[in-house]
Write a protein that binds this ligand. Structure first.
Ligand SMILES: [Zn+2]
Length: 138
């Protein structure tokens, strides 16, 4: 059974804090008392390392960087023009599918997305109406 398949339990810690855990097994001791072997999930900031222990084999699972939130799509030139146009979309916009063939380029972050709208040949998609804010990060 993988860890995510184990059933969840709620554990009350000394001090009354309640946290979610996964239970591995129940085991009875000589006195008849039952113990639960659990995996606890608590903020890493609450964990202190013990001197002398080797933590090199403990896996570190960082989150993958967030998906780009905006994409630029190249469109054919407008009538009477030779310059290709660009359209800014929210990533996953349904209107992207209607223009198969146009190149779609992820935009690094909201600041870059906002900057792209300052170019005369770039417009915001009328369907998803992206409004990137420079301070919003992704
Ligand atoms: Zn769109």
């Amino acid at each position: 059974m993988s860890e995510t398949e184990l059933p969840r339990v709620t554990v009350t810690l000394p001090g009354g804090h309640r946290v979610t855990a996964r239970v591995h097994r129940w085991r009875q001791d000589r006195d008849g008392r039952w113990w639960a072997e659990v995996t606890l999930y608590i903020p890493a900031s609450e964990v202190d390392r013990v001197e002398g222990e080797d933590y090199r084999r403990v896996r570190r699972e960082a989150r993958r960087p967030p998906e780009p939130r905006y994409v630029l799509q190249s469109l054919p030139p407008a009538a009477g023009s030779r310059r290709p146009r660009m359209e800014l979309h929210e990533a996953g916009c349904w209107a992207l599918r209607e223009h198969l063939g146009g190149r779609i380029t992820p935009v690094e972050d909201a600041t870059m997305a906002r900057a792209s709208l300052r170019f005369a040949d770039t417009t915001a998609c009328p369907a998803c109406r992206p409004a990137p804010r420079a301070t919003s990060g992704g």
